[in-house]
Ligand binder design. Structure first.
Ligand code: ZN
Length: 140
């Protein structure tokens, strides 16, 4: 007459899933602001970082990927601005589907094919010295 209680090891529903997997030299990051082939971001590789400013401008930077970490719902990417030699932290909130920045390898992998379009797009992007409101440097 003993009843059997099944105790599962299933993760509780409120547990936050990890938004990235660690692989050999990088990470597979599942976030809408990562637009890379296979969502793969490799340490020390070059990427384009686009930041969508509130005035409608797009700020473009060439960056080197450094690291990613997750704190609760906050996914934090660390990249190095090559031109300014400055470390930037890009934060994405996991339950949000939109972002004010995008990290992409799209222009690099298709550069030869899209020479004209690429040039046009880059001309529309500003490289002016806007304040780094959204992308900040932080030692903490
Ligand atoms: Zn995002």
């Amino acid at each position: 007459m003993d009843s059997i209680k099944i105790i599962t090891n299933a993760t509780p529903d409120d547990e936050i899933p990890k938004a990235f997997q660690t692989i050999a030299r990088g990470f597979i990051i599942t976030a809408p602001c990562i637009i890379c082939q296979h969502q793969l971001v490799t340490i020390a590789n070059e990427y384009d970082l686009l930041e969508f400013l509130s005035n409608g401008d797009i700020k473009y930077r060439k960056v080197t990927f450094v690291n990613v970490l997750q704190e609760g719902l906050k996914l934090k990417l660390f990249v190095l601005d090559k031109k300014k030699k400055k470390l930037l932290r890009c934060t994405h909130t996991l339950n949000e589907s939109t972002c004010n920045w995008v990290l992409t390898d799209l222009f690099q992998s298709k550069e030869q094919l899209l020479n004209d379009e690429h040039g046009m797009l880059m001309n529309n992007m500003t490289e002016k010295e806007a304040d780094d409101k959204l992308l900040e440097f932080d030692f903490s």
